[in-house]
Design a protein around this ligand. Structure first.
Ligand SMILES: CC(=O)N[C@H]1[C@@H](OP(=O)(O)OP(=O)(O)OC[C@H]2O[C@@H](n3ccc(=O)[nH]c3=O)[C@H](O)[C@@H]2O)O[C@H](CO)[C@@H](O)[C@@H]1O
Ligand SMILES: C=C(OP(=O)(O)O)C(=O)O
Length: 420
């Protein structure tokens, strides 16, 4: 097991950082590769643990997967799917493993997958995914931790989601591309990663309209073919580096970003007294003066993203005044609070809100990454803290951040990786 050892910086981070492809976009896109016998070439694929696990799952199902790490390019060919069952060991590691369900149902009429893993931030049921599949004519059964799905022939259907679930929208999109007739998803998720998946599916020959709004229409039953696609930049990684510049009082430029995906984060940073500007190379971010406390509420896109809640709390922990962070998406996403308190943060949880009294400085401590974004929050706090911080269980962080230690070192951070 490895840990990060970080000594806080007084100079702030400076320089340029290139943002990698989005974890939450590449994973559904890799699942979509199962929909065709032809080769799909996916570009801007970061070497993340979750990407490796998804590639393993596709391989278990019978697909051929090749990754060119230098070119960050993954080629997938699912000429023949030899299995419709995913292994527990692979699926338990990430939430997105369950996206193979929609693709397998569409391609093979059956799927057998373990209940998915991912960050432990709530109960994370899959009822909305199943509701969509049932309305398209599939039958499901759950036993011994496995979900079994069968469909003689999927048919288009009108599906209303009780909540705009990202995963359910993606799974239904995948299944609907090969279902006979028209499927509409109402109260669909509108996250940029949904649009990226829809863009890829359209390149494969699918007919999809309305992605990025709350109603998506899919005209199913088209033969899908191979396609080449470049994954969008990771808005969560970008948000984390924006926060790194903000918390250290640095001045950095983020390259390979899409500003429109970052609007809710940029708006809150501006309220906190952080300056940003678009330059020819990307987004420049810097701070003059102390961070100001704000009120933040996580919401589905285009609201403030829940995945930025923990990293943003690190900023609020050292901001002037009282802040309130309300988490509306996941019922148990405050596991970082206890760890931030070890570093001197003054935070109280009241139901779904955290009330944060900003302190002048945090102090380095031994802490544990309890999930992916909680780990990112600890890195940010450590960069601004007095003294040394040791962060254990960094495998959570490496599920979704591409070589974060190398990127931070290039910006001047004192961060090293050590064996525990
Ligand atoms: C791999 C991936 O893309 N992960 C992202 C995805 O997760 P994920 O797709 O799991 O998130 P969802 O949008 O599905 O979940 C949002 C809420 O809906 C609930 N729900 C979801 C499905 C369901 O069938 N029933 C149900 O009740 C969940 O418990 C949660 O409270 O979107 C989340 C919300 O933006 C992000 O935090 C995750 O980083
Ligand atoms: C919650 C996240 O991931 P997952 O859905 O894969 O657990 C995340 O990326 O912050």
């Amino acid at each position: 097991m490895e840990k990060f050892v970080i000594t806080g910086t007084e100079e702030g981070l400076h320089g340029r950082v290139k943002i990698s492809g989005a974890k939450n976009a590449v994973l559904p896109i890799l699942a979509a590769c199962l929909l065709t016998e032809e080769v799909c070439e996916i570009q801007n694929v970061p070497p993340l643990a979750d990407v490796r696990h998804m590639a393993e799952l596709l391989t278990e199902l019978g697909a051929r997967v090749e990754y060119d790490a230098a070119a960050e390019k993954m080629c997938v060919q699912a000429t023949e799917l030899t299995h419709v069952e995913g292994a527990y060991e692979t699926a338990r590691k990430m939430r997105a493993s369950f996206l193979a369900a929609g693709a397998l149902l569409a391609r093979c009429g059956a799927a057998r997958l373990p209940l998915p893993g991912g960050c432990q931030i709530g109960s994370r049921p899959i009822d909305l995914h199943l509701k969509g599949f049932h309305l398209m004519g599939a039958k499901s059964r759950q036993a011994h931790g496995m979900v079994e799905l069968q469909a003689k022939a999927l048919r288009g259907s009108d599906i209303y989601l009780d909540f705009p679930s990202v995963g359910a929208t993606e799974n239904i999109l995948l299944a609907a591309t090969r279902a006979k007739g028209i499927t509409t998803i109402e109260n669909a998720a509108a996250e940029p990663e949904i649009c990226d998946l829809a863009d890829f599916l359209r390149k494969m020959g699918a007919e999809i309209e309305g992605d990025g709004t709350d109603t998506i229409t899919i005209r199913g039953g088209k033969e899908l073919h191979g396609a080449v696609h470049r994954v969008i930049p990771d808005r969560m990684e970008a948000g984390t580096f924006l926060a790194a510049a903000a918390i250290t009082g640095g001045d950095i430029i983020l390259e390979n970003v899409q500003e429109e995906h970052l609007k809710p984060v940029l708006a809150k940073l501006a309220e906190c007294n952080i300056k940003t500007e678009r330059t020819a190379e990307g987004i420049r971010v810097w701070r003059r003066g102390r961070l100001c406390g704000v009120q933040v509420k996580t919401m589905p896109f285009p609201g403030f993203p829940t995945d930025m809640q923990a990293p943003f709390m690190s900023l609020l922990a050292v901001a002037k005044g009282t802040s309130v962070m309300t988490e509306t998406i996941f019922e148990n996403r405050f596991s970082h609070v206890g760890e931030l308190q070890r570093m001197g943060a003054n935070i109280k949880i009241d139901s779904r809100s955290a009330v944060i009294e900003g302190v002048e400085t945090l102090t380095g401590a031994k802490v544990r990454a309890t999930d992916l974004r909680a780990g990112a929050a600890l890195i940010l706090s450590a960069l601004a803290a007095k003294g040394e911080t040791e962060i254990s269980d960094i495998y959570h962080i490496e599920r979704g951040y591409d070589r974060i230690d190398e990127k931070l070192r290039r910006l001047g951070a004192d961060i090293r990786r050590e064996e525990e």
